[in-house]
Write a protein that binds this ligand. Sequence first.
Ligand code: GTP
Ligand code: MG
Length: 221
Amino acid sequence: MKPELRIVEASFVAGVAEQDQLPPPALAEIAFAGRSNVGKSSLLNTLVGRKNLVRTGSTPGTTRQLNLFHVRAADGLEAVLVDLPGYGFAKRAKHEKSRWGALIEGYLSKRVTLRAVVLLVDVRRGPEHEEKELVTYVESTQGKASRPKVPIIMVATKIDKIPRAQRKPALARLAADAGCRVVGFSAETGEGKEELWGLLRGRLVMGTPSPPDVGDLPQLA
Ligand code: GTP
Ligand code: MG
């Protein structure tokens, strides 16, 4: 068995409210998407083994921008984890919602270093309209940016909230509904952390960022 991926360094890189504030693409990136309050920021803290690297809260809409975090594992693997603002039932003004929608869509469709999207759903709710829309959206971007196909990994959060005996059948139902593998996860107990890192590591190791466009390279004399 592979040793657990141990994060030895994690730091905040940038909070981005507009597309043009994104740092230049460099390392492989993994984006974490899902409706408000589903547990994206909590999952990130659990993945990096830090309690409060990412701000979490019980009021939906805690994360209001794209937050980028740089991580380095004990084996030297480096990546950027991107906490996307929650969508869905956030108590937000309409114009704000569409601005955030454009920011998320712009990032998902254009970022050349994006190597996977982790889509979080509450294990008790499963994928609803917004989640299915997000899957369709990511599918529609495939092949358009110069990057490898971006897979969606579905994670069922707050698995600690349902009795142990119901977990396997609940995950099987979600997987059948979503048509993909679903990782059960709890930020409270850490369940699912290793399984998820196992899947992400594969994307990070394989998905070395594409070289910059030829136009960006210094010209040879
Ligand atoms: P936004 O930033 O608003 O999009 O929310 P978010 O998806 O980042 O959710 P966040 O991580 O802030 O968590 C929302 C609430 O759910 C917090 O009160 C967390 O403590 C709680 N929560 C998150 N993950 C879990 C989990 O695995 N189990 C339990 N029991 N509670 C969780
Ligand atoms: Mg958040």
